[in-house]
Design a protein around this ligand. Structure first.
Ligand code: DP6
Length: 306
């Protein structure tokens, strides 16, 4: 039996909108943190046919037929790329809830790439070639193959090593753990109907430059403001698409308000962002471990945080 695992990642500058919906070519560059606390595990055994099944664990994955198809179509693509002759039964699970804006496609598709590498260790592909193969399965998964801060742009996927913040503490306020109604792949299409989509790629590119410069000058507060503006920009696209859709639930705004109040009174706090889901992500510097405890035990007392 082969066992592999791969982490999720959380984007601060978002991949939203594609130049090519088949190849998953992004409309703009993105920047993320690879988060080893949120992981997909795969166990694979030789089988008569290619198949997927849930692996038992705390958060069983319930893939519908369409999602199983997408997973297996990508696996077939990888089998061709890696010249894998045998069929496998692939079992997987996550250590976090599935399909609710916690980047489960990123960890699961990158885990499949790692499985292909485990079956064919002499594949001869570079890390950035592997990342681009992963992007064909699910765009954001390409960033999960690389640790730390990762930039995905027209020139490929790479680690941004000069960002001075290492060992980020990533926490997610879980406000809903059922599967979202509009998948991210669908959202990438639907936002094209928003008038706010004009200029979206340029705004994201500008924020990427500004965010990296805020990081380099260790201006955490400026970084917080840029990240806030960025996820609000993405969610404004959703909410002004035609038809409009929203990932917020009745608790999302409350949590965002509480975090803003925390920032106002402490003039410090976590970077805050949201993916295509109702849950709220917080990224703390390593020297903010006690601020993190304070937020979990007081500001967000009663909320489920992973
Ligand atoms: C909001 O990578 O899930 O999480 O390429 O269609 O699989 P597909 O989309 P996906 O989109 C992720 C969108 C996002 C932002 C991000 O992770 O950058």
């Amino acid at each position: 039996m082969l066992k592999v695992s791969s982490p999720a990642n959380i984007a601060l500058i978002k991949y939203m909108g594609k130049k090519d919906h088949i190849l998953n070519k992004p409309s703009n560059s993105s920047l993320s943190w690879t988060s080893d606390g949120f992981v997909t595990h795969i166990e694979a055994t030789k089988n008569n046919t290619s198949a997927w099944e849930p692996l038992s664990g705390p958060y069983a994955i319930q893939l519908n037929e369409k999602s199983i198809d997408r997973f297996l179509v990508f696996w077939q693509f990888l089998r061709d790329e890696f010249q894998i002759k045998d069929n496998y039964l692939i079992k997987s699970n996550n250590n976090f809830p599935f399909g609710c804006g916690l980047a489960s496609s990123a960890s699961s598709f990158s885990a499949l790439v790692k499985l292909a590498c485990a079956i064919q260790p002499n594949h001869g592909k570079s890390l950035s070639e592997l990342a681009l193969l992963s992007a064909k399965g699910s765009g954001s998964s390409c960033r999960s193959l690389i640790d730390g801060w990762v930039q995905w742009d027209d020139s490929g996927v790479s680690n941004v090593s000069d960002i001075p913040y290492k060992n980020i503490i990533h926490k997610v306020v879980i406000l809903e753990d059922s599967e979202k109604k509009v998948s991210s792949s669908q959202a990438h299409k639907n936002i094209q109907t928003s008038l706010l989509n004009t200029g979206r790629a340029e705004r994201a590119e500008k924020r990427l430059i500004d965010l990296k410069s805020a990081f380099l000058s260790k201006d955490w507060q400026q970084a917080y403001q840029i990240c806030w503006a960025e996820f609000k920009d993405m969610h404004a696209l959703f909410e002004t698409a035609m038809p409009a859709f929203s990932y917020y639930n009745d608790q999302t705004q409350l949590v965002l308000d509480k975090l803003q109040v925390y920032w106002d009174s402490h003039v410090d706090g976590p970077l805050v962002t949201m993916d295509a889901g109702p849950n709220v992500h917080m990224l703390f510097r390593e020297d903010q471990a006690s601020a993190c405890d304070n937020i979990l035990n007081n500001t967000l007392n009663g909320f489920k945080v992973l």
